[in-house]
Write a protein that binds this ligand. Sequence first.
Ligand SMILES: [Fe+2]
Length: 266
Amino acid sequence: MNIINNKYNDLSNYSEDFIRAKPYPHIILDNFLDEGFFSNLDLENFNKVSSKGLTFDTDLEKNKWTSKNDKLSNNLKLIVDKLNSYDFINNLYQLSKIEKLFSTTEGNTELANYHEMYNSGFLGTHVDHSSEPKTGSPHVLNIILYLTKNWVKEWGGETILANHNGTVIKKKIEYKSNRALIFLHSPFTFHGVTKIKDNLKKRSTIYVDYYSKSLNPYNHLNLDFKNVWFKHPTTFILPNFKDYFLKKNSKYLKKMIKHKIKTFLA
Ligand SMILES: [Fe+2]
């Protein structure tokens, strides 16, 4: 059974486009899952907010649910296992030329592989966790797969790619059914999700992250920002600077300051 579209068996064909893309390396792959596999996906089994998992409802992560510590449905597990397979990781090397790539065994426990957003949900601009939970190795790539069928463009939910400090949106990637987005992860690859309309459809995504055993994983890339890696937690950028000084946002302020200091020292 094919899970990924055969067209994407050799991602080296897309390497130049990936590496040259702005504001930082990324590639959009439409019809990513095999057509037959995708059309048979039973979204009803997981396309709902479960009582388990982890729900977010803050100023920066609104109406979002992730599968952390919940059991993935069989269909989802097949996809996630494929994205974690040796073959696919080798294919990602062909795409990105990032050496010593690996995926984490901490998926869906420390990290969630399935995300849902609903009723005006959005995700503020941020960089993810910098390191693999067990080994501390650099987090270097993400894949996000858009799963909801018959999504209408006007409902929003685009993935945004921002500039090096997360203050300017540089690109919006439309949420399209069965589209995959692969992008570089570094301390400066800020990204987020635009607000979705208040409708009954949930914006479902699969998310898998990748790491490198190299501490200089971006050396071969000509980036618009420092091509260094350092340790940081998930760090959000608040849309209005004055909001950092609200008491409820003190945790965001601390993380932002730490990120700025590490950027300066890097
Ligand atoms: Fe993220």
